[in-house]
Design a protein around this ligand. Structure first.
Ligand code: SF4
Length: 77
């Protein structure tokens, strides 16, 4: 699991998730702090980059305390 990197793109932005770095803070998916329409661990895939605007996604990613979530512009692999 250590080096796994998952990518989810809407064409405009690519969300990068590194599960080994995730400390399960729940910040990204709990209603009070998160963006559950994009980050929802109850469904697969757990990240849906089409469900919010790119700006909303960037704002949410900046709140991830562990660095497990990051992003880059565009959809290059
Ligand atoms: S905010 Fe970051 S550390 Fe917290 S659950 Fe989401 S990905 Fe994991």
């Amino acid at each position: 699991m250590k080096d796994i990197t998952k990518k989810y793109t809407n064409g405009e932005i690519t969300i990068v998730w590194k599960p080994a770095m995730c400390i399960h803070s729940t910040i990204c998916w709990k209603h009070a702090t998160g963006l559950p329409k994009v980050f929802n661990p109850m469904i697969k895939p757990w990240i849906n980059p089409e469900a919010a605007t790119t700006e909303e996604i960037i704002t949410q990613i900046s709140k991830c305390p562990s660095g497990a979530l990051s992003f880059y512009k565009g959809d290059a692999k």
